[in-house]
Design a protein around this ligand. Structure first.
Ligand SMILES: [Zn+2]
Length: 284
């Protein structure tokens, strides 16, 4: 908005352009060596700053996929982050330092240190029935789609009518979404509540955000439906990836609406372990 309103800079006149050159050519007056000397020092300092900025910007702009790092470097890069309190400076690098996960495995420990490649897309996505879809068509991998229908049928028996309002997201869609939340809520908040491209469980095609009309995302928190989902999702093979009070472990704020399909057996083990899905998958 501010950029639109801002006037473009006026082109400099010939006299203005030449001012610096003319001044530089001027023979120094007697006793004027000191300002010139200080000026030289400042110019040298500025050159070093510019050089550092260029190096930093080249690093930040690097294609994440082309940045090869060892696990040791990854650990070092993340060890300095305060859990749950990412800083803008700390968030500049995660995508570039993340370890790339195999594509197609539904049990990969995708998080801020592990990501999917930008071209990783599930091969068996299928549209969910419109009767359980909100916010447009929703897609999940075949097994997850079958499981969520079973889950929602079980919810309906209890009188809870659940919908999916977000499911599979491509790398590009996640990129747009993350950028959107950065614009709306700022970098630090976006890092707590939204995943960077490649780092989202939604790219797996096994993850859904669940709610019901008028109660999506934050509006779902604290509802009877959310309580039922937390207690029963595992029976259909789903796990709440970001439970309450575990932000320091998972890296994300509480999301009672975000469930990921891992199969009934694994979901049961996670449920009984008392661990977050993140911890469980890392220990496998
Ligand atoms: Zn989600």
């Amino acid at each position: 908005m501010a950029d639109v309103a801002r006037k473009p800079p006026r082109p400099r006149t010939r006299a203005q352009k030449g001012r610096g050159v003319t001044g530089a050519r001027k023979k120094p007056e007697r006793g004027s060596w000191y300002p010139a000397f200080v000026g030289s020092l400042l110019a040298a300092g500025a050159s070093v700053v510019v050089l550092i900025m260029v190096l930093v910007s080249r690093f930040a702009d690097a294609d994440p996929a082309s940045v090869a790092v060892t696990p040791t470097e990854t650990a070092t890069a993340t060890a300095t982050l305060a859990p749950g309190e990412p800083t803008p400076a700390a968030t500049a690098a995660p995508t570039g330092f993340a370890e790339i996960l195999p594509c197609g495995d539904i049990l990969v420990p995708i998080d801020k240190d592990h990501r999917l490649a930008s071209d990783c897309e599930p091969g068996d996505l299928q549209a969910l029935p419109p009767s359980i879809s909100a916010e447009g068509s929703q897609y999940l991998r075949q097994a997850a789609a079958a499981a969520i229908k079973k889950l929602f049928d079980a919810a309906a028996v209890e009188g809870f009518h659940l919908y999916v309002n977000s499911s599979y997201r491509s790398y590009a869609t996640q990129q747009e979404l993350f950028d959107y939340w950065v614009r709306v809520n700022g970098q630090a908040y976006a890092e707590r509540t939204s995943a960077r491209a490649g780092h989202s469980e939604h790219q797996l095609g096994t993850t859904a955000d669940v709610g019901f009309p008028g109660h999506f995302l934050e509006g779902f928190t604290g509802t009877s439906e959310a309580e039922w989902l937390a207690a029963n999702a595992w029976k259909s093979g789903f796990v709440l990836s970001y439970p309450e009070g575990k932000e320091a472990v998972t890296g994300y704020a509480y999301e009672p609406w975000h469930i990921r399909y891992v199969g009934v057996e694994v979901a049961g083990k996670v449920h009984n372990s008392g661990l977050t899905l993140h911890e469980f998958l890392l220990q496998r």
